[in-house]
Design a protein around this ligand. Structure first.
Ligand code: ADP
Ligand code: MG
Length: 701
């Protein structure tokens, strides 16, 4: 945006050096533009005046006009306060202040008239307003005054320095008086017209100082539309670029390996969904364009087999394939699966992870370059510069949300043309979020489970039922089943969490003593060897119980394990709970997921646990999750391709606007894929401005 909006916030009247520093640090507001785009989180109607008689403590915010009838100091020490009485002829109400007393004494005098505004509360049986806003009716405080009052997020530190929501509002007013009418448009005129948008000037004025409900609505629509429009433009432009400029390898044939595998080594009949998805993949691989496909399928839906067959297609066409997983455990398990399933086939497979020994690593490197090695399975280690292929044709990335977008992009450079990319995820992503995060990928969905699975039964117990739960576990173990017991591990409180895990483990060992039971333990702080040993014990069926942190969340496959106990379940997110539950229900036996929690549950936690008990459908859960929390967490764990933060729109709630924006973007790019026309030059410029602070996402897969 043009110069004036780049002005340092400290030069705004009412700010100065000290406040500027606070605004920088606490709210990341550095320039005029930052403040203009720091939007209120809510608006409250201020056209209505109440009579004191009708006020109850249940009302959210009220506005009263009246006369001060008296003022007195009360309380001592911490409780020292000023109490003023205001009357409007229908009754008398108390106004209370605990801070800024000198200033209030100077300002609030008996006989004076005020408009007071605040949230009513009840104290000692009387209605009062604590720290109300005051305005003198005849003395307009700001020439800008909306009919709705805007509320802004502040922090403790800001409040302590008297930078309240109200102050921010005032600053926004000062700024708008200065710049209203001079703010350059950020969308081309033809889009503003076609989409019936109000101007950016009016949108910014009305989001901070709504002149009416109607205008507030229009302002909010314009700003949300613009935000989502640029998100979509960013992602779809990359796709358009790729389609017009990047060539891919054409895998023209389905050859010997695939046929041989299909005829002789397929361990089971493919499900209809697996077949359909394979057809979609085969079509992409043969098209001559680079494939960028997302394969979604709930836990246990059989994505691995799809990956294996896709890799065989690459091999049949003379290319190498690789399969990347986010953890060593998972990479190891994939490696074993591939070895087993492809055991009787003439293909070479190796595993490369951080703990691969140097001598072995060297051998792998050599065989990759020479082409002797055809399939490489591994972790992030595959991305390293030193890993070079002879002719890499397909990269499969499992559980991709653990991989950064930038890391994926590095796989592009492993061949002269970019290899085909298949991204597999078990995190069901609601449509709107998928459009945003994976907007540039084609999507395939496995929406059918392999036959013979019994849905997992889920129950919620409070901690007081622990003994009963243990009894149930003993019964199941007697029947030959195995049990996972998972403890939360949240980064911020890692130390405490590990203590909980340890205490938990000890109590489990007391309840399941070594005389009759084997309990193994696996968590992230163990040495890889120990972790491996703990896992093995459980995978081999030697251990009855595995106590673990969420390291087992992803991909681990032990069909005989049929019970998942999740401790402190209230501390997990919905998607994570669903992922954990997906570790059981893989065999033919009835499986159980037991959610343990304390009695102290937030409303949201209750909602989460209820959702999980009520449904096994991953998509339903993802939708519920998005509604409960917004996309924040999902985005976070996916390290998604958001080029900039969403300031006003909500991916879950604004899905209609999102689809509308996407439609517009699609049409624009259909007509002008590289945005070369003059009428679109503003789009290119604005997109650059919006994304300039961030990384280079131009090569996301
Ligand atoms: P995910 O999609 O979670 O990665 P997996 O690929 O690990 O699922 O498959 C889960 C289990 O289902 C594995 O034990 C696998 O062998 C089995 N499986 C996969 N496809 C089929 C099928 N078509 N019929 C029967 N079992 C299958
Ligand atoms: Mg898997």
């Amino acid at each position: 945006m043009a110069d004036i909006l780049d002005t340092d916030i400290k030069f705004l009247s009412g700010v100065g050096a000290k406040r500027a520093e606070l605004l920088n640090k606490e709210l990341s507001i550095y320039t005029f533009e930052d403040l203009l785009f720091f939007f209120p989180f809510k608006h409250v109607d201020r056209t209505r005046f109440y009579s004191i008689r009708e006020i109850t403590a249940e009302l959210p915010y009220i506005q009263v006009v009246g006369q001060i009838t008296g003022i007195e100091a009360a309380g001592k020490g911490n409780k020292k306060r000023l109490v003023a009485y205001i009357s409007d002829g229908t009754g008398i109400m108390e106004l209370v202040w605990f801070k800024g007393l000198t200033w209030i004494t100077r300002r609030v005098k008996p006989g004076k008239k005020f408009i007071v505004y605040g949230k009513p509360s009840i104290f000692g049986g009387k209605i009062n307003l604590v720290h109300p806003e005051l305005e003198e009716p005849e003395k307009k405080e700001s020439t800008l005054r909306g009919t709705l009052q805007s509320f802004y997020t502040t922090t403790e530190k800001l409040k302590n320095n008297f930078v309240t929501s109200r102050v921010i509002h005032k600053l926004a007013g000062n700024l708008l008086q200065n710049v209203y009418g001079k703010i350059p448009e950020t969308l081309p005129e033809y889009i503003v017209k076609e989409c019936n948008l109000i101007s950016l000037n009016d949108a910014l004025l009305n989001i901070h100082f709504p002149q009416s409900q109607e205008l507030l609505k229009k302002a909010s629509f314009r700003l949300k539309f613009e935000e989502l429009f640029y998100i979509q433009l960013n992602i779809l432009k990359q796709k358009a670029n790729r389609n017009t400029t990047v060539e891919g390898f054409a895998f023209s044939k389905v050859g010997d390996l695939v046929n041989q595998f299909y005829k002789n080594h397929l361990p089971f009949e493919l499900t209809g969904a697996q077949k359909r998805v394979l057809r979609e993949i085969r079509h992409d691989l043969g098209s001559g364009k680079q494939m960028n496909r997302l394969l979604q399928g709930d836990v246990g839906s059989g994505k691995t087999l799809v990956a294996i067959m896709s890799i065989l297609i690459a091999l049949d066409n003379g290319y190498q394939g690789c399969l990347m997983a986010p953890t060593e455990i998972l990479a190891g398990q994939h490696f074993n699966t591939l070895k087993k399933i492809l055991g009787n086939m003439p293909v070479t497979i190796e595993l490369l992870t951080g703990s691969t020994k140097n001598s072995h690593r060297k051998e792998i490197h050599e065989n990759l370059i020479s082409g002797k090695l055809q399939i490489l399975v591994g972790t992030h280690a595959l991305i390293e510069e030193s890993v070079r292929f002879n002719n890499l044709g397909l990269v499969v990335i499992d559980e991709q949300h653990r991989f950064g977008v930038a890391q994926r992009a590095r796989m592009w450079n492993k061949n002269i043309k970019p290899p085909h990319i298949l991204v597999m995820t078990a995190t069901p992503i609601p449509r709107t979020l998928a459009m945003t995060v994976y907007g540039d990928l084609e999507v395939s969905v496995i929406d059918e489970m392999p036959p013979g699975r019994k849905p997992v039964k889920t129950v919620h117990y409070f901690d007081t039922k622990r003994e009963r739960m243990f009894g149930f576990l003993r019964e199941q173990i007697k029947k030959g089943r195995q049990v996972y017991i998972v403890y939360p591990l949240i980064k911020e409180s890692e130390k405490m969490d590990y203590k909980d895990l340890e205490d938990g483990y000890n109590s489990i060992v007391r309840a399941f003593p070594p005389t009759g039971y084997v309990v193994s333990i696996v968590h992230g702080q163990m040495k890889p060897e120990d972790k491996e040993a703990g896992m093995k014990q459980f995978v081999n069926g030697q251990a009855h119980i595995m106590v673990a942190t969420t390291v087992i969340e992803v991909g681990v496959d032990v069909p005989n394990a049929s019970i998942m106990v999740i401790e402190s379940a209230e501390r997990f997110g919905l998607s994570q709970l669903h992922q954990l539950r997906g570790r059981v229900g893989r065999g033919a036996e009835q499986s159980w997921c037991i959610l343990m929690s304390s009695y102290k549950l937030s409303k949201e936690a209750i909602q989460r646990l209820k959702t999980l008990v009520n449904t096994n459908d991953g998509f339903e859960i993802a939708e519920a999750d998005l509604k409960l929390r917004g996309p924040g967490d999902i985005e976070g764990t996916m390290q998604s391709g958001f080029p900039f933060d969403l300031k006003i729109s909500h991916i879950g709630r604004d899905s209609k606007i999102l689809e509308y924006a996407r439609e517009k973007v699609t049409k624009i790019l259909d007509d002008d894929p590289l945005l070369e026309e003059t009428k679109n030059s503003l789009l290119v410029k604005r997109l650059k401005e919006l994304t300039k602070k961030e990384h280079d996402w131009s090569k996301i897969s």
